[in-house]
Design a protein around this ligand. Sequence first.
Ligand code: COA
Length: 150
Amino acid sequence: MNVEYGPLRPADAARCAELESQLFDGDDPWPERAFLAELAAKHNHYVGARVDDKLVGYAGIARLGRFKPYEYEVHTIGVDPAYQGHGIGRQLLHRLFDYADGGAIFLEVRTDNAAAIGLYESEGFEKMGVRKRYYRVSGADAYTMKRERR
Ligand SMILES: CC(C)(COP(=O)(O)OP(=O)(O)OC[C@H]1O[C@@H](n2cnc3c(N)ncnc32)[C@H](O)[C@@H]1OP(=O)(O)O)[C@@H](O)C(=O)NCCC(=O)NCCS
């Protein structure tokens, strides 16, 4: 499968919202306007994965703070269910790491999301603690995870 990675564009926002509603059903999926706002914000970096020009994955990260050493927060990552398990999520994450340039990276993940936790742990993230009822709609808990500066 030939997967191409590149910047996420405003024209992708509607497709991202469609994927979000499949991937995060019941957990406040981001609408199109949320993607448009994040794509327009400074210090955010969003990437997409495409197969035959169809967007099949997306991921975004924000740079935090005004001064070095910066820290980073993964906003979101998702892969079309029909394309999961082929390494696309890992490749998207690596592109976020490139933007973070060795800085510490944080994220939140549902405590029952074994696939995402497996991916993050295999990439050097460690659990730091639990945020109770972090997901307001479902009431699910989240782990906060951190990948140390390197
Ligand atoms: C998490 C997600 C992005 C992973 O994308 P993917 O393209 O399927 O992942 P990859 O094929 O790159 O797999 C990378 C690693 O993730 C882990 N993983 C993936 N699917 C898994 C599963 N079903 N069970 C356990 N671990 C899994 C494994 O560690 C895997 O590494 P390996 O293949 O070397 O064993 C994808 O499952 C997804 O979109 N999930 C729904 C949205 C979501 O939960 N996003 C994260 C929010 S915090």
